[in-house]
Design a protein around this ligand. Sequence first.
Ligand code: MTE
Length: 314
Amino acid sequence: MLIRRRRGYEIPESQVTPEGFVVNRRALFGAGAALLPGVALAQQAAGVVPPLPEHQRNLRFRPERDITPEREATTYNNFYEFGTSKNIVREASRMPLRPWTIQVDGMVAKPATFGVDDLIRQLPIEERIYRLRCVEAWAMTVPWTGFQLSELLKLVEPQAGARYVSFTTASLPAVMPGLRQSWYPWPHVEGCTMEEAGNELAFMPVGMYGKPLQAQNGGPFRVVFPWKYGFKSGKSVVRITVTDRRPENFWFKIQPSEYGFWANVNPEVAHPRWSQATERLLGSGERVPTRLFNGYGEFVAGLYTNLQRERLWA
Ligand code: MTE
């Protein structure tokens, strides 16, 4: 078979956002109803997830790979709250995605609890195509819609002395059978430094493939650090805390010899039980070399120059 290698900036025609990709909110809700707060609130209370508002693709972040077929990215998941298999879509679909609030607290001048739709309205949302590399050595390339984490942090004004940000994800025993596995340290908590949180790549998706984020991928609201192994990208976030203490993250608590705090992608540092030199692409099944910082070194390498004594890669 003839395989033509595309250069980084070439996106196949089939993957260019069609002009009509952005659903017109009003058309869907009918006669401007989405603009009436009373109607929006009633719909939220009924669990209705509104379509994403109009937004554009940010071309600064080049995928340099084909976008993973939507079906693969939305049916092959890691979400241990719903079970340890990759096939948790049915279980996850029972999680109500509205109403949904995110508490932002800790060392901030203006702690607040935001409704996810208020954030979507208030913050500049855009689409970014990022590669995601799981520590298990599979990878996908996904068009996420969301906003920069730094924009959300600006709203709450972190205080001097704040060093870390932690993300607590949803813990809903009624719909999450995985929580019965009591040997896991629920709730799932992840974290990063303030510098990492301020990096332009740190992103908070509320959508994927032009649609609201589904539960199995971390709907309605998750975090994504594309230069780190996927386990750092916590799903279905309910609380963000700015702190001066390094958060003990979920996988570190379970197996500190295998999973650390930093977890930056590095093909040369093997997992204790497997190599990280290559990765399998969801969809095509092709095996390709893994890149340092998952290929995002130009954006993030500078964050780590003074941290060589830390265990940056696992
Ligand atoms: N977040 C929560 N709350 N629970 C999880 O089990 N798994 C992580 C991460 N975020 C996980 C999570 C892992 S290991 C990976 S690789 C990514 O989510 C997978 O995201 P995806 O299913 O959208 O591909």
